[in-house]
Design a protein around this ligand. Structure first.
Ligand SMILES: Cc1ncc(COP(=O)(O)O)c(C=O)c1O
Length: 396
């Protein structure tokens, strides 16, 4: 029989999606499932974006330019300016989601065997993109007891080897909700400059920052134009996950030219979705004000409910819409599956993401889960109550 590649065999399963068959079975049995496992917000997509698709008069749904349509990139540059990020349309390559931007970037700046240092726990698909490109992940481990703050810069520096090519952070963070301070970003910038490394920030949750804090982008750093690359997306900002539009932003011309070659090989990002994404840039500030108020309310409710459960530890997220929760169990993979297969409260159960998949260190995250607070408050309260009841009867 023909065999598949070693790389293919090494590709990890998504920790978020691997429980789907159990969830499907539970649904067939008539159970209602609260989905706390995936970052699919229930927030409505802005009207302007949907209207632009409904009302457009396109007669041929043609390819766009490989780097994305000129009008969209021009408007994107204006959006960044509003966030004090000064870039030109030609500094942007539009991609099929942030996912494609990450894949193109890893392929463009790293060779197999090179190393990327990532603050851990991290967005699980970073492992998939590094496996696909043969890049080794070196974790900078962060701890729930420090609310997932960056390890000291001395600890960080010890991770740098001759193979290190880049540092990757997610700001604000998925799965931790951690928001990096300007000082932390500056420290990472100093390291990147001193050791001549790329500094990559996944800023897809830029708008989702709470408690009066402000987001500081690596593209606001002075004197680091050759080092900094931002990954971005419309998926979360406008609740447009299905549009599949993201982008990569950098002032490093060589990086952009290299990424563009990958972009040319896949021809173009989706045309209709770029029309929607361009229109979404006209979304009024009031939309974000409402969305942020909603997420703050949800976060506060979730944390309060979780803190009422004995033996549960939870950080206090400052951004994005996730948190890592430590449970009084040994194996969150088993617990998450058991919730779907064997447990319900009045016909309702919960789907959570076991946190092991957000760590590259095999021994970490085993008693943790990631919860996405993408459901309304009433649902969150019910879902946490299910977890509370489940913990009373679950045996590891
Ligand atoms: C941190 C982070 N980066 C990238 C992505 C992928 O985004 P996209 O839908 O634009 O591919 C996600 C999706 O959840 C994410 O959480």
């Amino acid at each position: 029989m023909p065999t598949i590649s070693k790389k293919g065999r090494l590709m990890p399963e998504s920790p978020i999606r691997k429980l789907v068959p159990y969830a499907e079975q539970a649904k067939k049995e008539g159970k209602h499932i609260y989905h706390l496992n995936i970052g699919q917000p229930d927030i409505k997509t802005p009207e302007v974006a949907l209207e632009a698709v409904k009302n457009n008069t396109v007669e041929i749904l043609s390819y766009s330019r490989s780097e994305g349509s000129e009008t969209y990139r021009t408007k994107l540059a204006a959006y960044y300016k509003k966030h004090d990020i000064i870039v030109k349309p030609e500094d942007i390559v539009v991609t099929t989601g942030a996912s494609e931007a990450l894949l193109f970037l890893f392929s463009s700046i790293m060779d197999p065997g090179d190393e990327v240092i990532i603050s851990e726990p991290f967005y699980a698909n970073y492992i998939a993109f590094s496996t696909a490109t043969g890049v080794n992940v070196v974790p900078a481990i962060c701890h729930i007891d420090d609310n997932f703050a960056l390890p000291s810069i001395e600890t960080f520096e010890k991770l740098i080897t001759p193979k290190t090519k880049s540092i990757l952070i997610c700001n604000p963070g998925n799965p931790t909700g951690y928001l990096y301070s300007k000082e932390e970003i500056q420290q990472l910038a100093n390291l990147a400059k001193e050791h001549d490394l790329f500094l990559i920030a996944d800023e897809v949750y830029r708008e989702f920052v709470y408690d009066g804090e402000t987001h500081y982008s690596i593209l606001q750093l002075e004197g680091l134009d050759e080092h900094t690359i931002v990954i971005d997306s419309v998926s979360k900002r406008y609740s447009m996950c299905g549009a599949r539009v993201g982008c990569l932003v950098s002032r490093n011309k060589t990086v952009l030219q290299t990424v563009l070659k990958y972009a040319q090989a896949r021809l173009s990002p989706p045309t209709f979705a770029q029309i929607a994404s361009e229109a979404a840039l006209d979304t009024p500030q009031s939309y974000f004000d409402d969305v942020i108020a909603e997420y703050v309310d949800r976060r506060d409710t979730l944390i309060k409910e979780l803190q009422n459960i004995e033996g549960v530890k939870v950080g206090s997220p400052k951004g994005a819409f996730y948190c890592i929760v430590e449970l009084p169990i040994k194996n969150s993979d088993d617990f998450a599956q058991w919730l779907l297969e064997h447990f319900d409260v009045n016909g309702e159960t919960v789907m959570i993401a076991p946190a092991g998949g957000f760590y590259s260190t095999p021994s970490l995250g085993l008693n943790q889960v990631r919860i996405a607070y993408v459901l309304n408050k009433e649902s969150l309260i019910k879902a946490v109550n299910i977890i509370k009841e489940a913990l009373k009867v679950y045996k590891d």
